[in-house]
Design a protein around this ligand. Structure first.
Ligand SMILES: *Cc1c(COP(=O)(O)O)cnc(C)c1O
Length: 380
């Protein structure tokens, strides 16, 4: 048996005809740059996330970049984020000449620990990028409270978390600006790169829209230095077909997660402290935290050996992320050292993400759990 980490072909098979027709219709129109498909997607994402404004852009990374540009972040300024995330959450800060200031994570969610933010704020701090990692929102209420007290803007990096909820609010709609990525491995994946910025404020919306097309308004009059950050009409057409399926797909990821949780519990591996399954905080009660499991990420004892074992049995898996950002070569000049963010460093050494995609079969899920049980089974 083979269990890939992600099987996009299985998903595509279910919507092939609709996708073909949508692509064909863009070709018939020959409108490839912005246009009606992009506008339709922007309206749909705005409505889906409960925000009045959405702007389609070229990638999740560019969405973050444009969001920072719209907040006028630049040299001499600082932006707070975590070191346990995908590279983009911090690289965009440096790209604008500002300084990423890292704050460690909460070990139960892998998201920024709000209790540590206040200490990291300086007179140069302008914003917080709250990353919603693996499909679960960061604890936004205390983050917003600190931001308000210190006069900071909040960007939600919801690249992995479209459709997740935090206390009844949709990811991306909670801070000043929210960003999504349509990279193919995200819960809503395009046929290539794409992204979206959502926001509640009209002035920010107009700014983002102009920044997306070279800071140009009207045509050939450039107000400021924007870029080419446009979303392709072909991507929007594909995403317009996929969006209505998103909740169903995410639901199946949740069902898979619940099954893994139960099966791992039954193996006894959690009790023996070989494994920790991911925690969906606030899962119960009125403050339901709607985790959408872009990744199902374990903490595992002897992680690297377990990974090799899974590979030998053709069970897909990945380490998100093996090197925390403060220890990346390109951020050396920031002056951080090993030991500065112990919770992130420990996570990097322990985490392993398993196949969680919606089309997994029961047999595959059982095989994943059996293969892991086999690995630890030989131990006392
Ligand atoms: C995927 C991702 C991004 C970047 O999105 P791209 O569309 O690949 O540029 C940013 N932040 C996080 C947390 C991501 O997972």
């Amino acid at each position: 048996m083979k269990v890939p980490l992600l099987d996009l072909q299985a998903q595509h098979a279910t919507i092939k005809d609709e996708i073909r027709a949508a692509i064909e219709s863009v070709f018939e129109s020959q409108i490839f740059i912005l246009g009606p498909e992009v506008e339709k997607l922007e309206k749909a994402i705005a409505s889906y996330t409960g925000t009045p404004y959405a702007v389609g852009v070229s990638s999740g990374t560019d969405a973050l970049l444009v969001a920072l540009l719209a907040l006028d972040i630049g040299p001499g300024e600082e932006v707070i984020t975590t070191p346990f995330t995908f590279f983009s959450s911090a690289s965009v800060i440096s790209r604008l000449g500002a300084r990423p200031v890292f704050v460690d994570i909460d070990p139960s969610t892998f998201n920024i620990d709000p209790a540590l933010i206040d200490k990291a704020v300086t007179p140069r701090t302008k914003a917080i990028i709250a990353v919603h990692l693996f499909g679960q929102c960061a604890d936004m209420d205390p983050i917003l409270a600190i931001a308000k007290k210190r006069g900071l803007k909040v960007i939600e990096d919801a690249a992995q978390t479209i459709g997740a909820e935090y206390r009844g609010r949709k990811a991306g709609s909670i801070g000043d600006l929210g960003i999504f990525s349509f990279f193919p491995s995200k819960n809503l994946g395009g046929a290539g790169d794409g992204g979206m910025v959502v926001m509640n404020d009209k002035t920010l919306f107009e700014r983002v829209r102009v920044l997306r097309v070279h800071g140009m308004e009207p045509k050939y009059y450039h107000r400021e230095l924007g870029g080419n950050f446009r979303l392709d009409a072909l991507q929007a057409a594909v995403l317009n077909i996929k969006l209505p399926y998103l909740n169903g797909w995410s639901r199946r990821r949740q069902i898979n997660a619940e099954l893994y949780d139960r099966l791992f519990q039954e193996t006894g591996l959690i009790e023996k402290e070989y494994l920790e399954t991911p925690q969906a905080v606030y899962r119960t009660g009125g403050d339901k935290n709607y985790h959408i499991y872009n990744q199902y990420t374990l903490r595992a004892k002897d992680r690297d050996k377990l990974q090799a074992h899974l590979r030998s049995k053709s069970v897909g898996n990945e380490i998100y992320y093996p090197v925390p950002l403060h220890l990346q070569e390109c951020f050396k000049s920031l002056g951080y050292r090993t030991g500065d963010f112990p919770v992130s460093e420990q996570a990097a050494a322990q985490v392993l993400s398993l196949p969680i995609y919606p089309e997994l079969t029961s047999k595959q899920k059982n095989f994943v759990v059996e293969t892991i049980t086999m690995f630890y089974g030989a131990r006392p």
